[in-house]
Design a protein around this ligand. Sequence first.
Ligand SMILES: Cc1ncc(C[n+]2csc(CCOP(=O)(O)OP(=O)(O)O)c2C)c(N)n1
Length: 241
Amino acid sequence: MENFESVLPVTDEMLSFDKFKEGVLNDYYIVCLSRETSLLGRKEVLTGKAKFGIFGDGKEVAQVAMAKFFKPGDWRSGYYRDQTFMYAIGVGKPKQYFAQLYADPSLEREPHSMGRQMNSHYTSRNIDANGDFLDLVQIKNIATDMAPTAGQMPRSLGLAFASKKFRNVNELKQFNSLSDNGNEVCFCTIGDASTSEGHFWETINAAGVLQVPLVIFVWDDGYGISVPREYQTTKVPFQKR
Ligand SMILES: Cc1ncc(C[n+]2csc(CCOP(=O)(O)OP(=O)(O)O)c2C)c(N)n1
């Protein structure tokens, strides 16, 4: 099944039972698929077939729900645990996920970074081959993931602040392929440990002061990158000095 984007709509209208069932099963499929890619990816790292990996297990259901509110023109500016969200909005595919894990340099197989980024680091294109802007209003925009924890926070603020400017500054109205009159929303994700970074608090403060369309999702898993989940239950005996 190549096309597994979430299809169950968020709507006030009454859904038929069949439509509801189809949507729920589709979402369940995305959740299971994403979990399997995490487990398989981790095995690939632990058996030495990929050198490094970070995976999004534990956040599947929340991210399918989040994806239902993400529309073309919106921006996602997050971090490396968002694979389920990517699958659910139809932008990331499992084959691409593994191509990135193996650092495949093919643009076709690994369009997010051509093997140059760590795995689960997503990107959408915003310029064409001539360097001209694409119609960003029609695109599900993904700002490239970056390695420093909380580095996405100031950028997320900037994206949301841009929308406010597109709404309020008359001279910017002409750029209607960059913004739908400022109606887009920036979806920002971050891990709970990274909320200790100053960037996080500065962004929260600035977003409140500037009143910008920014939604921040804090994933509270708490598992770091270097200790695979399978090892989390291993008890390390206390060493007496
Ligand atoms: C500024 C900075 N310091 C340290 C690291 C190393 N590092 C990468 S992920 C991570 C843990 C982040 O934990 P959390 O924010 O809770 O996200 P999780 O991976 O648990 O989802 C750390 C310390 C980094 N990438 N950037």
